[in-house]
Design a protein around this ligand. Structure first.
Ligand code: FES
Length: 534
């Protein structure tokens, strides 16, 4: 006896034999029905690739494999598994009774669907298949499954394939997630935001093996953790992080130590601090399931970060940090003479910070540094991104300038939680300024002024959602800079506000050279030839 709630009459055997195939509609569902030998098969009619009708497909004699004629994807009629192509599809139980064909269309089991879709997502990430990532997100949505599970899945399946730990992919994931949260009623924007995040994660982990994390666990201490990071002792640092989690601590309990480690040096031109800030956001939004993966990846990146303050250009950082740390807290507001800062070298900019901290609150010094770094971004000399005949030290592009703003944003966020780190944050912001300002030029500042910030950000958001850039690292910078500017506007001086908006405007509307073939070749020859010619 058929179960009337799940089994539906889909046609007759006679009709199927006559036509060779049947199309059965059930609500929004369309099923393609075939007979091979004596077996009857029912499969979703819409091809999971681009939706063309599988009922038009072909089945080779004696095979139970259906080929979609549009792009030659092939599906196992027993399981729906995709044998050539990527996305699997759904098949339905069938039976015949008294010359009629019946198909069982049971209500979907959400968890089973989620498991199947997330398994497919893992494959899509492994091959960085953007279309499949987007289709999976759409399928999760229409099956009533929280799309954030896809992000969690992407993090859980990538954190050990990031060779040097946290990358921009996770930082950008936080920013895309923010756009996702801001688009609660716009499915298209939601799918873009999460597909972009997952695509970036896929790009950074593409073709990488697993780089296992140490499994050891030992007691966490602030000093012990900092010491291990300082010594680039990954096993020591990560086993302490594991120990902390095993002892019931959370990221929030470790954030002070992670911030201290990130600011212990001018780490990776400020990237380490950005990663701490963005990891926190991801953990707050996605929950404790990503706490350990993100923390371990962060710990790994902290251990391996380049300490830029060891370079001759920034070597006096430690000296100025000693001086800045001795300044008693001051509450006087507003730095009046920001103009003094323009044109200062790295060391003179750091001295400026030390001097200003004698009589100004850190936030006032921060606002001045934010302003000059915004002006640097506004005035970036794009000749440096197109030049191919300069030395490697002059490989200075847009992203060197946007980092000053995103670092400033992370610095203020972290120092508002842990004010004792203001000296490090301000000096590193001074390093950004001193390093970048030689690569600026006069630009028509009026041309880039923004009159209406609300309209400007709405247009920026539209641009970012349909950026058209192939490599996620560049679209990520459009996004992260926009978010940083948006978050910093309330802290900026009136002139800082103008510079931030104009700078972002110019950045969003200027070409970014994303590949430097001639420069790379010339610099490779220059480097290698030195060993062959005196
Ligand atoms: S639509 Fe079926 S393979 Fe492309």
């Amino acid at each position: 006896m058929t179960n009337p709630s799940h089994w539906y009459e889909a046609g007759t055997i006679a009709d199927l034999r006559k036509k060779g195939r049947l199309l059965f509609r059930h609500g929004p569902l369309q099923l393609a029905i075939f007979q091979v030998d004596e077996q009857i098969f029912a499969i979703d009619n819409r091809c999971p690739h681009e939706g063309y009708p599988l009922v038009e497909g072909k089945i080779a004699a004696g095979e139970k494999v259906l080929t979609c004629n549009w792009h030659n994807w092939k599906f196992d009629l027993h399981s729906g598994r995709c044998l050539r192509g990527s996305d699997n599809t759904r098949v339905y139980p069938t039976k015949s009774e008294s010359g009629s064909i019946w198909v069982e269309i049971a209500p979907p089991n959400k968890e089973e669907i989620a498991t199947r879709l997330l398994a497919g997502l893992k494959q899509a990430i492994a091959k960085q298949e953007y279309g499949r990532i987007a289709r999976t997100l759409a399928r999760l949505h229409f099956n009533g499954i929280d799309l954030k599970r896809a992000l969690i899945h992407a993090i859980e399946n990538s954190y050990d394939r990031l060779e040097f730990g946290t990358t921009h992919a996770y930082a950008a994931t936080a920013d895309w997630l923010q756009l996702y949260q801001e688009s609660p009623t716009n499915l298209e924007s939601q799918i873009i935001a999460l597909a972009e995040a997952i695509d970036h994660i896929a790009q950074d982990s593409l073709r990488h093996p697993s780089y296992p994390y140490p499994q050891t666990s030992r007691e966490f201490s602030h000093a012990g953790f900092l010491d291990a990071v300082e010594k680039e002792d990954e096993e020591g640092a990560l086993s302490q992080l594991r120990g902390a989690f095993n002892a019931g601590k959370s990221f929030a309990d470790l954030e002070h130590s992670l911030t201290a480690a990130a600011l212990a040096h001018y780490n990776d031109f400020g990237h380490s601090l950005i990663y701490v800030y963005k990891s926190r956001y991801l953990i707050e939004q996605l929950g404790s399931c990503v706490e350990q993966p993100l923390s371990l990846a962060l710990g790994r990146s902290l251990c391996g970060a380049t300490r830029e303050d060891l370079l001759p250009e920034f070597r006096k950082y430690t000296h100025y940090l000693d001086a800045a740390s001795k300044q008693p807290p001051s509450s006087q507001q507003d730095v009046e003479d920001v103009e003094d800062l323009f044109g200062l070298s790295v060391n003179r900019a750091m001295q400026w910070v030390v001097d200003k901290l004698q009589s100004h609150a850190p936030m006032a010094v921060f606002a001045a540094l934010l302003e000059v770094n915004a002006r640097n971004l506004l005035c970036y000399d794009m000749g440096f991104q197109t030049a191919s005949d300069r030395s490697v030290s002059d490989n200075v592009g847009w992203l060197d300038f946007t980092h000053a703003i995103t670092f400033a944003n992370a610095a203020r966020m972290q120092c508002s939680r842990f004010p004792e780190f203001w000296p490090q944050a301000l000096l590193q912001l001074a390093c950004f300024h001193g390093r970048n300002q030689p690569y600026t030029t006069a630009v028509d500042e009026e041309r880039w002024q923004v009159e209406n910030s609300e309209r400007f950000f709405a247009a920026a958001s539209e641009q970012i959602f349909d950026h058209g850039m192939a490599r996620p690292i560049y679209s990520a910078h459009l996004l992260k800079t926009t978010i940083a500017v948006r978050e910093e506007l309330p802290t900026a001086t009136p002139s800082g506000t103008r510079y931030l908006l104009a700078a972002l405007n110019r950045f969003l509307h200027s070409p970014i050279k994303t590949k430097h073939t001639r420069r790379v070749a010339k610099q490779a020859i220059s480097l290698v030839s030195r060993d062959f010619h005196s």
